[in-house]
Design a protein around this ligand. Structure first.
Ligand code: ADP
Length: 649
């Protein structure tokens, strides 16, 4: 049998070997999925050939009826999945079945923990594919011939260290994968068991999946019958498709192992006709942050598969969405380049974007919380990129907040505005009677009420919560949103207002909250400005600062640094430096708390040197409190030590 002249034995790529071992051990309890993977590959292979045959009909002339056949042999303990799809050439078989050439492979192996339970979820998410055969098989044989080729290939392996390939003449077009089952997996060589698994995994597949008729024993070459409906799932009416079918179909298109979190299935008729089935996955793929990673939808034109990863129909910030788009209007020979320029593409992209945002917006808090934890950072990109949907995207943002205690991002801008004093009442009074308007006017006399959404950007939740900038807000019970992701300053620079209410960074500009709401605890002995002291401080700090002023934001800290309304913040500075751009220089304003005992005593310090040291320490401490470190740590330590020595004398 073996063709000695062409046979060769090769080792699996290290990663492939590792994945094989991991899979066999950790996916054992879920081993029937091998059938889903093999059927999925077979149907992809048929999709590809159908597409190629549009240009060259001769490729399928010998056998134009596409189908997948599942055969079994109880005596030999074998099960085979046979397709008449595109097939593989010898080199393709070696590359496809002996290596893993997926983006994210490195990240995947890096993320493994050694904990079987956790890892099995990761493995599923990575995609198990063809290798899952080895969960149930002690040996796998692949016979394959590429459409249009003369020679065929035989590939075999026991899934350990190596595989063999050799030339094989006389093979039909397509691929036959035969598994010789392990002793504990013999159930898969039984018609009844196979049928029930196939019904679950193949009903949505658009090609017939055939088996020998039920009454014919084994594969006695009896008559074949289809075990699936062979109707592409998205072409069926919505109320005809069960939840389970939607879930299975997701796994088929995405190669994901877990159920999707949500989906939206729509048929659009009118000037443009298309059907879309869009899924939000449960988990972010490993390569979410890799700009080159494949993304996008599976594109069909009038049911004919055209391409995987058609990225032109989704904005970059929705790159985690999976699914299918079937258009009736695009030409069958459409290419990626043509898609990019096509007006129809743009129209569909806009409609799909709205549909997804809508789907996210309608989720309940818990479900959306899960989406946010996985994809929140990507959605934030949207605010900076998709101006047409800015308001809707802002509605989808979630924040940590001084209203809650932990770093979890669960507060929406709506939540904030409902809690924000004044605004909720104002919204209410619109449809209230005149009488109640008077009450709100009365309240308005004491203070105008809050008319801004306050936020603070910091490096970590802990740094945010201990920031001196929050003191005045705490004293007044005003909620502040806390942002700690590395791109927060960037996207917030696009978020000027939400529902007509402006955003305000609490670490910027001059701030006087007495207009908004007087402090709860009236500790103010109304410290009026102390011009001479402020001037003395300014002389010490010189051109390190833009100005010195009396602070209205502090209650407990002696001093803080404040950015100008339009200055670059720390995050943007870092981003610019990292990308090699020169960040424009800007200096902070130095605000001092004239009511703080340290500052009060400072005014009485007669020794100019000592005064200078104290001011420099205050300045450095203000920077430390922001989590930014000090410009000259050595000098800072020396100054503090000098004071300590004085103290101990
Ligand atoms: P995936 O399907 O996720 O790419 P697999 O490990 O299942 O990963 O398969 C690797 C590759 O082998 C496929 O991308 C495809 O090119 C090829 N392949 C697998 N099964 C078949 C088949 N039945 N016919 C043709 N090519 C196949």
């Amino acid at each position: 049998m073996t063709d000695q002249a062409t046979a060769e034995t090769r080792g699996f790529q290290t990663e492939a070997r590792k994945l094989l071992q991991l899979m066999i051990n950790s996916l054992y309890s879920n081993r029937e999925i091998f059938l889903r993977e093999l059927i999925s590959n077979a149907s992809d292979a048929i999709d590809r050939l159908r597409f190629e045959s549009l240009k060259d009909e001769s490729l399928i002339a010998d056998d134009p009826e596409f189908r997948i056949v599942v055969e079994f042999d109880k005596d030999a303990d074998t099960v085979a999945v046979v397709d008449n799809g595109i097939g593989m050439g010898r080199d393709e078989a070696v590359a496809n079945l002996g290596t893993i050439a997926k983006s994210g492979t490195e990240e995947f192996f890096g993320a493994l923990t050694g904990d079987e339970q956790k890892d099995s979820a990761l493995i599923g998410q990575f995609g198990v594919g063809f290798y899952s055969s080895f969960i149930v098989a002690r040996e796998v044989e692949v016979l394959t011939r590429r459409a249009g080729d003369e020679a065929g290939t035989r590939w075999t392996s026991t899934g350990e260290e190596e595989f063999t390939v050799e030339e094989r003449a006389g093979l039909p077009r397509g691929t036959r994968v035969t598994l010789t089952l392990k002793d504990d997996a013999k159930e898969f060589a039984e018609g009844f068991r196979l049928r029930s698994v196939l019904r679950k995994y193949s009903d949505h597949v658009g090609v017939p999946v055939m088996m020998a008729k039920e009454d014919s024993d084994d594969d006695e070459k009896g008559e074949l019958e289809a075990v699936n409906s062979a109707k592409a799932l998205w072409t069926r009416p919505r109320n005809d498709v069960s939840e389970d079918e939607y879930k299975e179909f997701y796994k088929h298109v995405s190669h994901d192992f877990e159920d999707p979190l949500a989906w939206s299935h729509n048929k659009v008729e009118g000037k443009l006709e298309y059907t879309s089935l869009l899924y939000v996955p449960k988990r972010a793929p490993f390569d979410l942050w890799n700009r080159e990673a494949p993304r996008g939808l599976k594109l069909y034109v009038q049911r004919v598969f055209i391409m995987d990863d058609a990225e032109a129909f989704l904005p970059l910030y929705l790159r985690f969405v999976r699914g299918v788009l079937d258009s009736s209007d695009l030409p069958l020979n459409v290419s990626r380049e043509l898609l990019q320029q096509d007006d129809r593409t743009r129209t569909i992209k806009n409609a799909l974007t709205k549909r997804i945002l809508d789907m996210l917006g309608k989720m309940d808090a818990e479900e959306y919380g899960a989406v946010w934890d996985e994809f929140g950072l990507v959605l934030k990109e949207g605010v900076g990129e998709d101006f047409a949907n800015k308001e809707e995207l802002l509605g989808l943002m979630r924040f940590a907040s001084t209203h809650d205690s932990g770093p979890a991002q669960r507060t929406s801008l709506r939540d904030y505005m409902v809690r924000m004093n004044g605004h909720a009442e104002a919204a209410q009074s619109e449809d209230d009677t005149e009488g109640s308007e008077e009450t709100s006017d009365e309240a308005g006399e004491a203070a105008k009420g809050q008319d801004k959404i306050y936020y603070l950007i910091a490096d970590s939740d802990a740094a945010a919560r201990s920031s001196p900038h929050l003191e005045a807000f705490r004293a007044r019970g005003i909620e502040v949103l806390l942002l700690t992701d590395r791109i927060d300053e960037w996207w917030m620079s696009f978020a000027d207002e939400f529902d007509g209410v402006k955003f305000q960074d609490v670490a910027r500009g001059e701030l006087d909250l007495d207009d908004v709401k007087p402090a709860d605890a009236k500790d103010d002995a109304e410290k009026s400005d102390d011009e001479p002291l402020l001037k003395r401080i300014g002389d010490v700090l010189g051109d390190k600062i833009e100005s010195v002023r009396a602070s209205k934001r502090l209650t407990d800290s002696p001093a803080c640094l404040v950015l100008g309304e339009h200055d670059l913040g720390v995050q943007m500075r870092r981003i610019m430096e990292a990308t090699g751009q020169a960040a424009p220089d800007s200096k902070p304003h130095f605000e001092v708390n004239l009511g703080h005992p340290l500052v009060e005593r400072l005014g009485d310090e007669p020794d100019e040197d000592r005064f200078g040291d104290l001011v420099s320490i205050l300045f450095d401490q203000a920077s430390l409190a922001e989590g930014n470190g000090v410009a000259e740590p050595g000098a800072y330590v020396q100054r503090v030590n000098k004071l300590l020595v004085d103290l101990l004398r």
